[in-house]
Structure formats: structure tokens, C-alpha cells
Design a protein around this ligand. Sequence first.
Ligand code: F6P
Length: 365
Amino acid sequence: MKRIAINTGGGDAPGLNAVIRAVVLSAARRGWEVYGIRDGFNGILHTENFPDGGIVRLTQDRVRGITHLGGTILGTTNRGNPLRYPVRQADGTFTEVDRSGEILDALKRIGIEAFIAIGGDGSLSIAHALARKGGLRVIGVPKTIDNDLDKTIVTFGFETAVEFATVCLDRLHSTAESHHRVMVVEVMGRYAGWIALNAGVAGSADAILIPEIPYDLTSVVRKLREREAQGRTSSIVVVAEGATPRGGGRTVIEKKVGRAERLGGVGEKVARELEEMSGKETRVVVLGHLLRGGSPTPEDRLLALRFGAAAVRAIDEGQDGVMVALDPPTVRYVPLEEATRRMKTVPLDCDTILTGRDLGICFGD
Ligand code: F6P
């Protein structure tokens, strides 16, 4: 009997539950048991917070009817990397300690032979480090609404986020037109502009500002003026949270020890400056965490189920230290080392940008 552990780490994304279900069912068919670690690795590092012990047996019954549910039944966290765990000192400063040994010991104690980590770049880098320590076979499953993971064509959660953002843009067109306003819509995506780009083009935005193309608002104002000259008195500007002005930095809400910086606020900044520069009444809408919620689209569910099943097949085939990745028409395995080496940002010559330019969309350059 093989025992597998599974966890979900980093920000949640629609499709996580579908992966969990696929792993549990695929494992059960092989006679294997699956155990879920709660809240990333907190189920091991902070057992005192979990009345159920922090590691729970996932039976087929436990995963019934969850494919369509957003979030994760295991819980997640994007704090406290166990390899560089922040510990507060008496003088108020922080020091970092490696707690990965505790994780490996805890899993060994209950006879876990393989571990499936579902996460983004941060969680998969941790998974890679655990794989290197040996003693546990590790398989990664790529997840993020941001779509910024390399070596997979796409991650689940991305399409659901783009679909929701596009529906929001559709709704904003009518109110923008009625009031002759500029609507600035800020979307998530961290340092990559995939959500802004895809939703912006699909949702007929007039300008799209992404981290990969530092913006100069004078070119956006020029676009607004051109539209006015054509009798179009409203405009939609999509701004990725990681967008930066030419020569300037990112807009950050918060930066704390042991956590990734929290981006946000660039939409407000762009709206204020655009109003000043263009004289047009401007409003801002921040979609934020709404993009992470909801039921995964059929495409995302399917991808998540395929990834979950492929992760179990990978264990069955003796794989270790790999990530399952979509390489149409198939799912293949790529070394975690390669997958976590760099972030996948939007190539400036990609077809969607070329399409946007052909449609007359302004990219702020
Ligand atoms: O990586 C997913 C993501 O939603 C990013 O798009 C965003 O910058 C970040 O997570 C937000 O994290 P938090 O949930 O900590 O606000």
C-alpha cells in the first residue's frame, strides 16, 4: 500500500479541488491512500491550530462533489516558507530558519512515500527543495490565476479569472458610455500581464497596461483624444496590478518579512493621473480577489482533473522532482528545476499583443 500526501500552497485558484479529487480517485484505483496537509504546511508546522491533527485522510467520500467548487478543501497559505521560516527575535527583528526537516520527519512517521504539491512558483520551489533533500518522491502540479509559470502552456484558474474579468469589462462598457467616462479596471497577475492582456483584448479595452511594457500616460491620453475625435466619449483602460510607469516602480500596498510584497493601487494612481491629464471624468474598479473566486470553467476543471490524474500516474511511473505540464495535446513531466527557474511573462511579440495593436488598442508605449 502506497501512501501519498498532498497540499495546496500560495493563493487559491479555481480548480484546486478538482485536482484533489482527481488525485484521490486515481490513487484509490491503485489501492493507495491519500493524506491532505492543511493550509500549505501549517498542518505540520502548527499542529496546535488543527483539531484534526493537521493531516487528514482524504477518502473518496471526502472528495465527492467538489470538482466545481472554488477554493480548496485543504486550505492554503502564502506565508511562512518552511525553508526560510521567519522567527521573531526578542529584539523584534526576524531571523529565518529551515523547518523542512520537520516536514519530512512528520510525513515519514505516517509512512508517506510520495508528495504532490499543488502551487505556484513559491510552492513549487519549496517542493523542489524538498525533492532535493531526498527520502520523499515529489511531484508538482502548477496552479495560478496569474499564468506566470514556465514550462506549461497554461495553468488552471487562469481561464476562469480571464472569463470573469471579461464579463466585468462587458458590464463596464455600458456605464462608461452612459456617463461619458473613462473606467480604469485593475486586475491581478503579479509581475505578469496575462490576465490584463487576455481579458482586455477579449473585453474590447481601449488601453491595456501590463508590467512587460512600462507605460507613459501621454500615449493613453492621445488614445482617449483620438476616440473623442471619432465621437467615442467613453473608454476602458485595463491595468495589471504590476504595471509600472516608464522609469518608475511598482505600486505596493504592503511588504512584510516572510511574505511576498502585496501589489495594488496602480489603478487608482492611473485613474487620478488620467483624469488630471485628460480632463475626463474617471472611475476605478479593482477586481482583486474576485478573480480568484467562483467555480472553475469547464476548461479549467478539465485541466485540473488532467493534472491531478497525471500526478498520480507520474508517481506510478517512478517519476520524482517533476512538475506535470500542459503541452497540447498531452500532459508531460518537466523537471521542477526547469519549471521554477524563471517566471513566464508576456512576450512582447506574442500574437495577442500583435492582435491588440492591430485592433488599435493602446499599450501605453
Ligand atoms: O498569485 C495570485 C495572486 O492572486 C496575485 O495575482 C496577487 O498579487 C496575489 O496573489 C495576492 O495575494 P493575497 O491573497 O496575499 O492578497
